[in-house]
Design a protein around this ligand. Structure first.
Ligand SMILES: [Zn+2]
Length: 329
């Protein structure tokens, strides 16, 4: 999983804040405990001084260092037992427990060189926020309405729109469930208003919730970002374009609605190749046929889209019309 630098940085800041909050909460509780039961404070001071005395005895090398250590150890154990009893008698369990928020990494976010689960979850949450605007509609598999599609059998495909769409829905759900690097690419093909965007967003949302980095772009905004990185390169424009190439899942909505041109064709070819070579999954929605894709971009792009992508064909009548009219086919 490759989270963008900014997402990791934000997640690490949140973790650092949680650690600081926990520490200040711990010291506030300790101060309260000292006030309520002053003996606990005395014990803490004594505990520190017995350890210091023992350490001094060892370093001074005079007298019996071992006996001094043993005596300090015994005193310590007695003080700790007394402290434990006092805490148990006066406070609720765990009140003076100074454990970190995450017991696995001690709130550092890392176990050795690998990222702890707690930081991964924070990254996933930050990632979701970033996707927020695209996913605002709350599109999910659960709220995809199959009853908007007709049960009438379409002779050319010997199936009804509803049965075809039910298969598409299940395919998308499985794709999201089994998502991993190398899971393959999806081409959601069909006319406008048949639920392609809905299912693409539902996949993006489910995949993002698993902690993968997901980029959603309409074709127009995708090429706009690539164009900016190419013609006005700076840290921000380049990092945005890099994300499109490097995120775990890239969703391009409505391919074919952007202004055509040489730059678009070259940029699309470059992006497709980059992601196909590195096995990074893509979902593209479009209403362009093989022939239209070939004419609009190039035969090479058409063969990538129709050769390297699993195509799901969307059938039916424009769902938005039906939703507005409140009728069912
Ligand atoms: Zn952790």
């Amino acid at each position: 999983m490759a989270y963008p630098k900014e997402v990791i940085l934000r997640a690490r800041n949140i973790l650092a804040q949680k650690k600081a909050d926990r520490e200040s909460e711990n010291s506030a509780r300790l101060a309260h405990a000292y006030q309520q039961v002053p003996r606990i404070r005395e014990i803490d001071i004594q505990l520190r001084s017995t350890m210091a005395a023992a350490a001094k005895a060892v370093f001074s090398q005079g007298g019996d260092a071992q006996a001094a250590m043993e005596q300090a150890r015994q005193e310590n154990l007695a003080l700790q037992a007394e402290r434990k009893n006092l805490v148990q008698a006066h406070f609720t369990p765990g009140y003076l427990d100074e454990s970190p928020v995450c017991p696995h990494c001690g709130d550092t976010g890392y176990i050795g060189s690998s990222m702890c689960r707690c930081l991964q979850q924070l990254c996933a949450l930050e990632q979701q926020k970033e996707l927020g605007s695209a996913f605002r509609g709350g599109e999910s598999f659960e709220n995809f309405r199959l009853d908007y599609y007709s049960n009438t059998v379409i002779p050319q495909v010997k199936a009804s729109a509803r049965s075809v769409m039910e298969k598409n829905l299940n395919h998308c759900r499985e794709y999201a469930r089994l998502f991993s690097h190398g899971v393959g690419n999806l081409l959601l093909f069909g006319s406008t208003g048949l639920g392609k965007t809905h299912l693409a967003l539902a996949i993006g949302s489910a995949v993002g919730a698993q902690g993968y980095s997901v980029c959603y772009e309409t074709a127009i905004s995708l090429f706009d970002k690539l164009q900016k990185a190419r013609f006005t390169p700076n840290e921000e424009t380049i990092s945005q374009a890099d994300r499109l190439g490097n995120c775990d899942l890239l969703i391009v909505d409505d391919l074919g609605t952007e202004m055509p041109g040489q730059f678009v064709t070259a940029a699309l070819y470059g992006l497709l190749n980059q992601r196909l070579i590195s096995g990074k999954p893509m979902i593209i929605t479009t209403n362009l046929t093989v022939e239209e894709t070939s004419n609009r971009y190039s035969p090479q792009i058409s063969s990538r889209l129709y050769g390297e992508f699993k195509r799901l064909t969307f059938l039916g009548t424009d769902i938005r019309v039906l939703k507005n009219g409140g009728m069912t086919l």
